[in-house]
Design a protein around this ligand. Structure first.
Ligand SMILES: CCCCCCC/C=C/C(=O)SCCNC(=O)CCNC(=O)[C@H](O)C(C)(C)COP(=O)(O)OP(=O)(O)OC[C@H]1O[C@@H](n2cnc3c(N)ncnc32)[C@H](O)[C@@H]1OP(=O)(O)O
Ligand SMILES: NC(=O)C1=CN([C@@H]2O[C@H](COP(=O)(O)OP(=O)(O)OC[C@H]3O[C@@H](n4cnc5c(N)ncnc54)[C@H](OP(=O)(O)O)[C@@H]3O)[C@@H](O)[C@H]2O)C=CC1
Length: 286
């Protein structure tokens, strides 16, 4: 089944957009949505079998997609990946800097090696990909970059390494938006809160239990879904956001506003808000 986006089906016709981490979760969903809107999507990840599966799904419904195995932390691989995408598709119009991940640990138990691994995955890698997109193409042709960060406001206990990396990515977004504006490049961020994606499956049972408990802290009373993050990414890539740069769209059900409450926010509402009604995940993504 083709992705049912709320946006115009030809919004990205003729454009090429790179989605890192496009082999699963939010990246996979975004790749589906962009392809459904006419874009040629270049999906990037470490595991080629994950990318191939998404390629099959998208081509089965008439979309255009290419796969690029690449670890975003490896500068030479990123340089080559960017050159390959440009050579193959004739340029790049957008970049969704989405690849990332971490593991839970208290600060006192974090090794320097573990800290550096997560910083490299969620800050240095994103920087390298964005810089190569700019230097190899966007500096002379313009474009739009969306960096995926996280709900970092007010600290991130047990996730300090990723919190620091994502906060760095937010500041990178703000700085790049200034430095690259003269080239016609917009740079924005999306900060997902707790999104029920394949990413959750990477956590162990105690962490999953913790995540279930956290639902009580969400004013909108539930986790978000991948389509709700994708819709924000697509907006920022689109001409609808032509005057938006250096901004961050939070897609988190209101969590940062309720963080300091002394008891769970009421979620027993009589009229629940069940989800983004026009962009629910099509069957092929469930
Ligand atoms: C309070 C609740 C908050 C909930 C927040 C939920 C919101 C966020 C959701 C998501 O982000 S969903 C996406 C989730 N997906 C992932 O996180 C998977 C991606 N993770 C990885 O790819 C890896 O774990 C990594 C972070 C990139 C590290 O891998 P890398 O290959 O670079 O490093 P390693 O060589 O494996 O390890 C280096 C070093 O790092 C430490 N370490 C790594 N993994 C763990 C672990 N699971 N537990 C503890 N420590 C770990 C460790 O020190 C490693 O060194 P050695 O001990 O192996 O020498
Ligand atoms: N789900 C959530 O609640 C939240 C998610 N996020 C962030 O959103 C992004 C997407 O997460 P989500 O879809 O949920 O999780 P997933 O784990 O499903 O997606 C992460 C993707 O990133 C890729 N990736 C990770 N590290 C690298 C790397 N070094 N080089 C290339 N690709 C890499 C993985 O592919 P492969 O295995 O092939 O390398 C994977 O497809 C991540 O940055 C995540 O941390 C932020 C806040 C909340």
């Amino acid at each position: 089944m083709k992705y049912q986006s709320i946006y115009h089906p030809e919004l990205f016709k003729g454009q090429t957009i790179i989605v890192t981490g496009g082999g699963s979760g939010i990246g996979r969903c975004t790749a589906h949505e962009l392809a459904s809107l006419g874009a040629t999507v270049a999906i990037v990840g470490r595991k080629v079998e994950k990318l191939d599966r998404v390629k099959e799904e998208i081509t089965a419904v008439g979309g255009r997609v290419s796969c690029h195995a690449c670890d975003i932390r490896e500068e030479s691989l990123v340089r080559q990946m960017m050159a390959d995408v440009i050579a193959r598709h004739g340029g790049i119009d957008g970049l969704v800097n989405n690849a990332g991940g971490q593991y839970p640990s208290q600060l006192k138990d974090l090794s320097t090696k573990g800290w550096e691994a997560v910083i490299r995955n969620n800050l240095t890698g994103g920087f390298i990909v964005a810089r190569e997109a700019y230097n190899q193409w966007m500096a002379t042709h313009g474009g739009s970059i969306v960096n995926i960060i996280a709900d970092i406001w007010g600290g991130m206990p047990t996730m300090a390494h990723t919190g620091a990396a994502r906060a760095g990515m937010l500041n990178f977004t703000e700085t790049a938006a200034c430095e690259w504006a003269h080239s016609g490049v917009r740079v924005n961020a999306v900060a997902p809160g707790w999104i029920a994606s394949s990413g959750f499956d990477t956590y162990d049972a105690p962490m999953q239990a913790e995540l279930r408990r956290l639902k009580e802290k969400v004013p909108l009373g539930r986790y978000g879904n991948e389509a709700e993050v994708s819709a924000a990414i697509v907006f920022l890539l689109s001409p609808g956001a032509a005057f938006v740069t250096g901004s961050c769209v939070r897609v988190d059900g209101g969590v940062p506003n309720a963080r300091h409450t002394w008891k769970p926010v009421p979620t027993d509402r009589s009229k629940p808000f069940d989800g983004f009604p026009l962009a629910t995940l099509p069957e092929c993504l469930q």
